[in-house]
Design a binder for this molecule. Structure first.
Ligand code: SF4
Length: 363
């Protein structure tokens, strides 16, 4: 079984990224099956609880106050509005709600208290609740944990080398510090990035090195394709080919075997065939709903149609996969529960048969 490794190098990751496509897909899909059910994909809902007017200058983001985009800014949503949206999301198959606020950092005070109440409210709905609120202190992370937060999202966005070409109002190290603060609580970490911002392949690998060498690795890694929005400095970026997305997902799966890899922004530009290859390569989450914070996203009905076409099931909340480490462990689980997990690992078939033969001989 491929376990977590924390000593990945950029060269090793580039070698994986550049493998012949069929080899890359085979490796990634094999690792995916060792750790995850390949027929389930988590459906998550991203809610923008406070939109626009952000003092930061992330070059890809239409919510930065300094860019002239046509998004409508909104003050912090009410708790009852958030609850209504979460209930709607749950009814259409979502098991996770991620709330995003366009803030540089969290400030203690009435607005943070309101977010804590939102977290408590969604938690009671038996859904995973995630927040992305900007930089966070250790104490704020602990308060979110006490309210029942399941995950905190804080993307590295790109490599440390390319970071200053994308954002100048904060440093890569600030991101790592917030992730570290989250790790000091019992909240899980969600951190990933965006491809298609003019970065080199080395930067994609560099971002994966930064994530994969965290110990433990993030429980969740969103991979986004840039959605170039008019009015942002990246408005003229060309869309990336689907093959880049497939390679990035597969490489992420290989270097972070247990992580939930989230196929995030940019899906409106992807065909169903392209998305299916991403699922095969190890993506096991999508964001549903016609908006992803402020950018377009496929409608939930279209996604459910795709799921039914591919025989995919939406993943339940808080799923921890049973992970037998050896064939003996797998056998004893089988004997105990009387059924095999749907995602039996084909590479264990020979060992299983051998074990059965030995048992038959000795009896
Ligand atoms: S990505 Fe977040 S921090 Fe950056 S400008 Fe947008 S809302 Fe602000």
């Amino acid at each position: 079984m491929n376990e977590e490794r924390h000593n990945w190098t950029k060269e090793e990751i580039l070698d994986i990224y550049n493998l012949p496509m069929m080899e890359l897909l085979y490796k990634a899909a094999t690792i995916h099956r060792e750790h995850h059910d390949p027929n389930t994909v988590q459906v998550s809902t991203l809610l923008s609880i406070k939109t626009g007017g952000c003092p930061e200058d992330c070059g890809y983001c239409p919510q930065a106050a300094r860019y002239h985009t046509d998004i409508e800014g909104n003050d912090l949503m009410t708790v009852s509005h958030v609850k209504a949206q979460a209930l709607r999301a749950k009814a259409s198959g979502s098991s996770r709600v991620c709330m995003g606020a366009a803030w540089r950092n969290v400030k203690d005070g009435p607005e943070f208290d309101q977010v804590l109440e939102m977290v408590r409210t969604i938690n009671k709905l038996d859904m995973e609740v995630c927040c992305t609120l900007g930089m966070l202190t250790e104490n704020q992370a602990k308060r979110l944990a006490e309210a029942g937060l399941y995950a905190y999202n804080h993307n590295l966005d790109t490599s440390e080398d390319y970071y200053k070409d994308v954002i100048s109002t904060r440093a890569f190290q600030d991101r790592l510090e917030t992730i570290d603060n989250v790790r000091k609580s019992n909240v899980t970490v969600c951190s990933g990035g965006i491809i298609g911002m003019g970065e080199k392949l080395e930067d994609r690998a560099g971002m994966l090195v930064a994530l994969a060498t965290l110990n433990p690795q993030p429980e969740s890694v969103p991979i986004n394709a840039l959605v170039a929005v008019e009015g942002t400095p990246m408005e003229n970026m060309e869309p990336i080919p689907i093959w880049d997305m497939i390679r990035m997902v597969a490489t992420t799966r290989i270097v972070m075997p247990k992580t939930q890899v989230r196929l995030s922004a940019g899906r409106t530009e992807m065909s169903r065939e392209g998305q299916a290859m991403c699922f095969f390569a190890g993506a096991n989450s999508i964001f549903a709903g016609d908006k992803l914070l402020t950018t377009p996203n496929p409608d939930v009905n279209e996604d459910m149609e795709m799921f039914s076409l591919l025989g995919l099931e939406p993943q339940k909340a808080f799923v921890k996969m049973p992970q037998p480490k050896t064939v003996e462990e797998e056998e004893s689980q089988y004997e105990a529960i009387g059924e095999r997990p749907k995602w039996t690992r084909p590479d264990h078939t020979i060992e299983r048969n051998e074990l059965a033969k030995q048992k038959a001989k000795s009896s």
